[in-house]
Ligand binder design. Structure first.
Ligand SMILES: NC(=O)c1ccc[n+]([C@@H]2O[C@H](COP(=O)([O-])OP(=O)(O)OC[C@H]3O[C@@H](n4cnc5c(N)ncnc54)[C@H](OP(=O)(O)O)[C@@H]3O)[C@@H](O)[C@H]2O)c1
Length: 235
């Protein structure tokens, strides 16, 4: 049985990833900040006959990442999915404008979207190397594409996702000799709390597409930035 380790699994895309991976017969190490309040996730775990394990993890907390790494140091992780994400630019009623940038919020955005995925890779690298798949998948965003930015704004989110794209490219180069495949995926505009009610894609469809893309990833895909359907995106 293959194993995936996923962050931010109590709602949205992460929750649907747990649901679909479990249905596909995978072992899922599902992490979230507050398992006690993750009712939908607890229900999936309850129905999974042990295939879904839930662990508490705030991805910005180094002690929690390290403790989890110690608990799982002998485990194998076939696919690490850095899904947890944070969009700080609309925390008020208005989009954040020049002159009103909230720097502490920017720091938090970078901590969740950029620093945490790297910390997860550092902590779980041995577990990933132990697997045959050796895949590191990070949920980025088209908004992190510099080439695709035609509307400006969203300074916090765009910069954090552009940065994780750069981090992933370096990981892909540095770890390719060890057989690692590292990619960034844009899930589409998805109907979640982050995507909002006008989004065009269901979590079910986005995740179904992404799981197909992840399954088919090969060495030649290492370091790519892909849409949920596998289309290549501009950096
Ligand atoms: N939805 C879209 O249209 C869209 C588009 C492009 C990219 N994405 C990316 O896709 C990923 C999933 O997005 P989503 O739409 O499912 O977002 P969402 O509905 O807002 O869910 C975000 C998830 O991340 C978790 N999270 C946030 N901060 C965390 C932390 N410090 N530690 C652990 N977990 C944390 C949240 O947990 P809590 O409940 O504890 O806050 C929640 O489970 C994100 O990386 C996002 O940037 C989404």
């Amino acid at each position: 049985m293959k194993t995936t380790l996923i962050t931010g699994t109590n709602r949205g895309i992460g929750l649907e990833m747990v649901r679909q991976y479990a249905a596909n017969g995978w072992h899922v190490l599902a992490t979230c900040r507050n398992p006690d309040r993750a009712d939908a996730l607890q229900q999936i775990a309850h129905d999974s006959s042990g295939a879904v394990e839930i662990e508490p993890l705030d991805v910005t907390n180094p002690e929690e990442i390290s403790a989890l790494g110690n608990r799982w140091k002998d485990r194998t992780v076939d696919v690490l999915i850095n899904n947890a994400g944070f969009y700080g630019d609309h925390m008020g009623s208005e989009p954040m404008k020049i002159g009103k940038i909230d720097y502490p919020l920017w720091t938090r955005t970078l901590a969740v979207n950029t620093l945490a995925p790297m910390a997860m890779v550092e902590t779980f690298l041995e577990s990933i190397l132990r697997s045959k798949e050796k895949k590191i998948v990070t949920l980025s965003s088209r908004m992190g594409s510099v080439g695709d930015n035609t509307s400006g704004g969203s300074y916090l989110y765009r910069s954090s996702k552009a940065a994780i794209n750069a981090v992933t490219k370096s990981l892909a180069i540095d770890l390719s000799s060890q057989g690692i495949i590292a990619v960034v995926l844009h899930p589409g505009w998805v109907l979640t709390d982050m995507g909002g009610p006008n989004a065009t894609l269901s979590t079910e469809a986005s995740v179904r597409n992404m799981l197909q893309v992840i399954t088919k990833l090969e060495a030649q895909d290492n370091g790519r930035f892909l849409l949920h359907d596998g289309t290549e995106l501009p950096w």
